[in-house]
Ligand binder design. Structure first.
Ligand code: PLP
Length: 387
């Protein structure tokens, strides 16, 4: 079967089912910290759970297979995966990072890694001229967040990979928004792909987790050394839940994505909406690249309202749509970037990036599209009446 045609099948059967010892079709949950070393002359497959745990490894094997990587690693959160990737670099190194990336990445680089001498330039990674301008002799890597956050700008991964490799740089892609179902950055030339599995991958809003998959044995060893030494591992219980989430990722994404396309058009038709950002719209600036490099356009839709004073009454009037920092669960939710995903930025950084209070970032869930539309319309009507 071709990988492309049977992608959903690969998620349902990622090679971790059927325990050879018992025939169990669901991988077992091993909480044991230690593994008995009966014969000290024979090395153990597992010795201590931080270094290797069979449940975490079942997840890691599945992710490596789905991402087409040499190996994959599961971390305690998306930020733990990013921090562990940054720990592969050293004092004096310089990174180029997507300008519109999640606030937590920027806070980590500013508040933690700057103290260890890692410097950063933020650029629009969909602009090769901007990448050229940011390049320094000490630049070691590019971190692309695809799509960018909250404006869903699309980076052409193959072009950036070719550019980066020409300059001897490593390409890391935070692919949280697209998930391994919609895009395979390693196949497009990236060296490391990272995810907050807290979002669509686990998919039910009840797990905090991060993933990384890498190309090549050398990088795999570098990242494993950080994982084992710094220890930001995912627990066996949460590894089990993420693996369960992976099996239904294609069907959840297909459903949420179909609704997101409809919602983007619906939102664009509302008089209170000034702009819609969704790469699935034919007139979106990233549409052609997104269509060429991914299977679909995802379930995130960002809008800018025409008036900032509508936001608070709109949020208060919503019936079932949630408001908050999380996204990628079964329920449709809205983040207000200055208060949620970009709260970690300074007010100057937010102003420079046009991240203002009139922006709503939707994560489309699994409800019926008509119900989501009704909730939005009635909340807008309430907001207009209140003002
Ligand atoms: C694109 C992206 N990467 C990484 C993270 C961090 O993930 P976590 O919250 O699991 O640490 C987030 C969180 O929202 C995110 O949106």
């Amino acid at each position: 079967m071709s990988e492309e045609e049977h992608s959903a099948t690969r998620f349902v059967h990622p090679g971790t089912e059927r325990d050879p010892a018992t025939g169990a079709v669901i991988p077992a949950l091993y909480r044991s910290v230690s593994f008995h070393h009966r014969d000290p002359e024979t090395p153990l497959r597992y010795d201590y759970s931080r270094s290797g745990n069979p449940t975490r490894e079942a997840l890691e094997r599945a992710v490596a297979l789905l991402e087409g990587g040499e190996r994959a690693f599961a971390f305690a959160s998306g930020n733990a995966a990013l921090a562990s990737a940054f720990l592969m670099f050293q004092t004096g190194d310089h990174l180029i990072v997507t300008r519109d990336c999640q606030g937590g990445t920027q806070r980590m680089l500013r508040a933690v890694f700057a103290r260890f001498g890692l410097s950063v330039s933020y650029v629009d990674t969909d602009d090769l001229a901007a990448l050229d301008a940011a390049l320094r002799p000490e630049t070691r890597a590019v971190l692309v967040e695809n799509y960018s956050n909250p404006f869903l700008r699309v980076t052409d991964i193959p072009s950036v990979a070719a550019w980066g490799h020409q300059h001897g740089l490593m390409l890391l892609v935070d692919n949280t928004f697209l998930t391994p179902y919609l895009q395979a950055p390693l196949a497009l030339g990236a060296d490391v792909v990272l995810h907050s599995a807290t979002k669509m991958i686990s998919g039910h809003g009840d797990v905090t987790a991060g993933l990384a998959a890498v190309r090549g044995e050398e990088l795999a060893q570098r990242l494993y050394t950080v994982l084992n030494a710094a220890g930001a591992i995912l627990s066996p219980d949460e590894s089990y839940l993420v693996l369960r989430g992976l099996r239904t990722l294609p069907v959840r994404m297909e459903r949420a994505m179909a609704t997101a396309g409809e919602l983007a058009r619906f939102l664009g038709a509302q008089p209170e909406v000034a702009s819609v950002y969704y790469p699935g719209l034919a007139d979106d600036p990233g549409h052609a690249v997104a269509a060429r490099t991914s299977r679909g356009f995802g379930n995130m839709v960002t809008v800018r309202l025409s008036r900032e004073d509508l936001v608070a009454p709109f949020a208060r009037a919503l019936r079932f749509i949630e408001v908050g920092a999380g996204f990628g669960g079964t329920s449709t939710s809205i983040s207000l970037p200055p208060l949620h995903c970009h709260a970690a930025l300074t007010s100057e950084e937010r102003a420079e990036r046009s991240i203002t209070l009139d922006i709503l970032r939707f994560s489309i869930g699994l409800e019926d599209a008509t119900d989501i539309e009704e909730d939005i319309r009635q909340a807008l009507d309430h907001a207009l009446a209140e003002r």
